[in-house]
Each structure stands twice: as C-alpha cells, then as structure tokens.
Design a protein around this ligand. Structure first.
Ligand code: AP5
Ligand code: MG
Ligand code: ZN
Length: 229
C-alpha cells in the first residue's frame, strides 16, 4: 500500500480499532485521528470542552454530533491530513457524522472504510481487561501487561483502566453501537468502500488482513471509479 491513504476504521467497542489504526497509520506515514483519544486528552487537560465530553463518555453515551463534527473538521483541515491522508478511528459513529464526512471530503475522498469484525463475547473480554497508558494512549490487556508493572513500555506513563471500561458504561456503548454505528456498514457498502476484516486472532494476522482488504478495495475502485458518489 502506498502512502497517501485516507481510511476510516469501524468496529464494536474493543474490536481493536485503536490497536490496528495506530499500525495502519504508522505503516502509511499518515496521522492517526481518534476522536476518543482527542476527547480523553481534552478531558485530562481539563479544558471546558474536554470536561463536557467527559460527562458523556463516562456514562457510555455518544458525544453530540455537532461537537464531534467540529473537532474532526478542524483536525482534517491540518496540513498533514490534507497532504498525506489519515486513518480515522471512532469517527463516524452516526449517520449524521458519516454524511457530514462525505460532504467534507467530497467524492472520492475516502479510499476505504475498514470494519473490524469481532463477536460480542470476545469484545467483552477485551474491554474488561483493557488498560491504557495515560500519556500516549497505548493499549494493553491484563493478559498481556507492559514489561514493568503497569508502566507503559513506550514512555513509562502509568497504565490504567478507562472510566468507560466499567460494566454499566460498556453495556450502554455496545447498545449504541447496534443502534447508531452498525447501520453505517450498509452506508459504506453502498458506496463501494466497505472492507470487512475478521478481527479475531493474532494482532499481526489481523493487520495483514486489513492491509490486504484495503488494497483489494483500492484496486477495485481504480478499475470502477464510478463506484463512489
Ligand atoms: P473510543 O475511544 O473510540 O472507544 P470505543 O469505540 O468504545 O472503542 P474502544 O477504544 O473501546 O475499542 P477499540 O476498538 O479501539 O479497541 P482497542 O484497540 O483498544 O470512544 C470513547 C468514547 O468517546 C465513546 O464512547 C463516546 O462517548 C466518545 N466518542 C468517540 N468518538 C465519538 C464519535 N464519533 N461520536 C460521538 N461520541 C464519540 O482494543 C481493545 C482491547 O483488546 C485492548 O486491550 C487490546 O490490547 C486488545 N486487542 C486488540 N486487538 C486484539 C487481538 N487481535 N487479539 C487480542 N486482543 C486484542
Ligand atoms: Mg479505541
Ligand atoms: Zn505510553
């Protein structure tokens, strides 16, 4: 896959969007844009906007569309995203957000929408055991902790459980996925952009499947460019 890729990653909570999006972005030399990470950073910096987002996040609710769209539009307008491309992680999550993204990027503005498909019982195990670095957002699991007790391998930051990785919030997040985000698979399928990848198995195997899937869709679209409207 060459650089200049413009992708988004869909999938249930805990499917491995963040894990894979970081790799895809690094592989292609493009920024990884995670709305969840941006909101968590704003919340720890205690900005007014971050504190507002935190209220929704800790209950497992979605942050309102107008706030999310404003943040993403501003980020996508930066030079690196405009010139090199991007990997969007956790956006869009509603039909309104998906339509707005199409409007922002224009026709042909996306290469693929990657759905990382993982059964609910497996994501529940992954989220309940997940731990995250406070400094860089790197993700770990109680089954596979950092080398030194709960300090990040990359920067020594403390590795903790996310506020919304508690049982009540997890239940609400998965419910909202079914209602709001799952239907976006059809939206991207209709645009000829959907790549569904089996997200169960070794991280590297999943990564290989993502790269293959994206390449296949790009080639198909090159031979039938009218597919995306
Ligand atoms: P966000 O941060 O995006 O969270 P999410 O969608 O709930 O997804 P997760 O981050 O929980 O899961 P993931 O798929 O990234 O999995 P991960 O790679 O960590 O959003 C948080 C909140 O912000 C939302 O609830 C909402 O309030 C708000 N928000 C964000 N975007 C919004 C938007 N667009 N609109 C409105 N509100 C928005 O992996 C999970 C675990 O599994 C880890 O422990 C990992 O190590 C492990 N793992 C990963 N891959 C594998 C594998 N192949 N095998 C075994 N373990 C694996
Ligand atoms: Mg994530
Ligand atoms: Zn870290």
């Amino acid at each position: 896959m060459s650089s200049g890729v413009r992708l988004l990653v869909l999938g249930k909570q805990g499917a491995g969007k963040g894990t894979q999006a970081v790799r895809i972005a690094r592989h292609n030399g493009v920024p990884h844009i995670s709305t969840g990470d941006m909101f968590r950073a704003a919340a720890s910096a205690r900005t007014p906007f971050g504190l507002k987002a935190k209220e929704f996040m800790k209950r497992g609710e979605l942050v309102p569309d107008d706030i999310v769209i404003g943040v993403v539009a501003e980020r996508l307008a930066k030079d690196d995203a405009v010139n090199d491309g991007f990997v969007l992680d956790g956006f869009p999550r509603t039909r309104v957000q998906a339509e707005e993204l199409q409007r922002l990027l224009g026709p042909g503005g996306l290469d693929a929408a990657v759905d990382i498909d993982v059964p609910t019982e497996i994501v529940l195990h992954r989220i309940s055991g997940r731990r995250v670095c406070r400094t860089c957002g790197a993700t770990y699991h109680v089954d596979k902790p950092p080398k030194v007790d709960w300090l990040c391998d990359r920067d020594g930051g403390s590795v903790v459980q996310r506020d919304d990785d508690k049982p009540e919030a997890i239940e609400r997040r998965l419910e909202l996925y079914e209602q709001e985000t799952g239907p976006l698979l059809e939206f991207y399928e209709a645009l000829g952009l959907l790549v569904t990848v089996d997200g169960v198995g070794d991280l590297e195997d999943v990564f290989g499947r993502v790269l293959d899937g994206v390449e296949t869709v790009r080639q198909l679209r090159r031979s039938a460019p009218q597919a995306q409207r």
